[in-house]
Ligand binder design. Structure first.
Ligand code: GH3
Ligand code: MG
Ligand code: MG
Ligand code: MG
Length: 332
C-alpha cells in the first residue's frame, strides 16, 4: 500500500494521534497546521490521495481547503473533522464534495480507519474505471489490423472538419488510396500475408505523412488521408511521393517477398463538394479514373483537373502572346 494522506489540523495532539495511527496502517502521511499550509502541500507536488482536514483553523479553514481541492478536479478525496457544534457546517462540506465527516473528539478511531480504507478503495476504482472507459473509447475508433483510425471515426472527423472549414474558411483535401490488384496478393500468397501487407502498407504511408495529416483505414484495402492547409500542387506532390514510397518497398515476410502499387484519387473541400457524402464520392470517382487509366497513379477530381488545365492553357497563352509580341516587334 502506497497511498498518501495529508492531515490538516491545528490541534497538535490530534494531528500526532492521526499521523501515528495512519502510518501504523502503512499510509504515507504528510501534515500541515492550517489550511493555507495544507494547500501549499497539495499544490507543490503530486496531490495526496486523501486529505483529512479540520474545519476550524487559523489562516484558512477546512471549507476553504475543500473548495479549492474540489475546483481543481483532482482525484483527491476529502474527509472532514468537526467540533460538536459544527453539524451544519459538516453537512455543507458533504454538499461541497467531502466523502464523510467525523466529530471530535474521535471516539471510535476504527470507524475513521474504515472510512479511510473505503474512500481510498472507491477512489482507486473510479480511476480504474476511467482508464477502462478511455481504453474502450480508443479501441472503438481504431482499426484492429492496422491500428489506424477506422471508418466510423472518419465519419466523425469529416463532420468536424467540414464544420471547422466552413466556420474558419480553411479548405482541406482528402486523398483516397486503394491497393492495386490486391486480390491477387491474397490468391498468390494467402490471406495472412495479405494482412501483413496491409499492416506494413499503413506503416510506410503513415511514416511519410505530416503530423497534421490524419490517416484512416476506409475499409478492406482502401485508405483515406485528410490533409489540411494544402495547395493543389503540394497535394499532387504528396500523393506522388507516397506512391513512390509504396512502389519502392519490398513487402517481405518469411520466405515471401512481393511488391505492390496503389492508386489514388483526391478531392478538395469546398471546391469539389459541399458535403461529406459528395466529397467522398468525388474522391472515389477520381480514384476510379486512376484505376481505369492503368493504376499506380493519382488523379484529382475532374473539376480540379479541368481547372488546372485551364490555368495551364491560360499561362501558355500569356507566354505565347509575349512571344508573338516580341516576334512582331522584331519583324516590324
Ligand atoms: P483493384 O486494382 O481494382 O483495386 O483490384 P483489387 O483486387 O485490389 O480489388 P478488389 O476490390 O477486387 O479486391 C479487393 C481485395 O482486397 C479482395 C479482398 O479479399 C482483399 N481484402 C480486403 N480486406 C482485406 C483484409 O483485411 N485482409 C486481406 N488479406 N485482404 C483483404
Ligand atoms: Mg481546529
Ligand atoms: Mg478496393
Ligand atoms: Mg484494390
Amino acid at each position: 500500500m502506497n497511498e498518501t494522506i495529508l492531515i490538516i489540523e491545528d490541534e497538535v495532539e490530534i494531528l500526532h494521534l492521526l499521523k501515528n495511527m495512519l502510518e501504523g496502517e502503512g499510509y504515507t502521511v504528510t501534515t500541515a497546521g492550517n489550511g493555507r499550509e495544507g494547500l501549499d502541500i497539495f499544490h507543490s507536488a503530486a496531490p495526496p490521495d486523501l486529505i483529512i482536514t479540520d474545519v476550524r483553523m487559523p489562516v484558512l479553514d477546512g471549507i476553504g481547503v475543500l473548495r479549492e481541492v474540489k475546483t481543481k478536479e483532482s482525484d483527491t478525496e476529502v474527509i472532514i473533522l468537526t467540533g460538536h457544534s459544527d453539524e451544519a457546517t459538516a453537512i455543507d462540506c458533504l454538499r461541497l464534495g467531502a466523502y464523510d465527516y467525523f466529530r471530535k473528539p474521535l471516539e471510535d478511531i476504527d470507524v475513521l480507519l474504515t472510512a479511510v480504507e473505503r474512500v481510498l478503495e472507491k477512489r482507486a476504482l473510479q480511476i480504474n474505471n476511467r482508464s477502462l472507459v478511455k481504453q474502450l473509447e480508443e479501441l472503438s475508433i481504431r482499426d484492429p489490423l492496422t491500428g489506424l483510425y477506422n471508418y466510423r471515426h472518419l465519419q466523425n472527423c469529416l463532420d468536424e472538419q467540414i464544420e471547422h472549414s466552413r466556420r474558419y474558411q480553411h479548405p482541406f483535401f482528402i486523398l483516397m488510396i486503394d491497393a492495386d490488384h490486391f486480390k491477387e496478393v491474397n490468391d498468390k500468397f494467402g490471406h495472412l500475408f495479405g494482412d501483413y501487407v496491409l499492416k506494413k502498407l499503413s506503416q510506410i504511408i503513415g511514416d511519410n505523412l505530416r503530423v497534421s495529416d490524419r490517416f484512416f483505414r476506409y475499409g478492406g484495402e482502401e485508405f483515406l488521408i485528410i490533409m489540411n492547409e494544402i495547395t493543389m500542387s503540394k497535394a499532387a506532390e504528396a500523393a506522388n511521393r507516397l506512391m513512390e514510397v509504396v512502389r519502392r518497398h519490398s513487402f517481405q515476410s518469411g520466405e515471401i517477398a512481393t511488391k505492390i502499387t496503389v492508386s489514388m484519387g483526391g478531392a478538395f473541400f469546398p471546391e469539389d463538394a459541399l458535403d461529406k457524402v459528395d466529397l467522398i464520392k468525388v474522391a472515389d470517382e477520381a480514384l476510379y479514373r486512376s484505376k481505369l487509366a492503368g493504376r499506380d497513379q493519382f488523379k484529382f477530381s475532374k473539376y480540379v483537373n479541368d481547372k488546372l488545365q485551364h490555368d495551364r492553357r491560360y499561362r501558355q497563352m500569356t507566354t505565347d502572346k509575349k512571344l508573338f509580341g516580341n516576334a512582331a516587334r522584331m519583324i516590324g
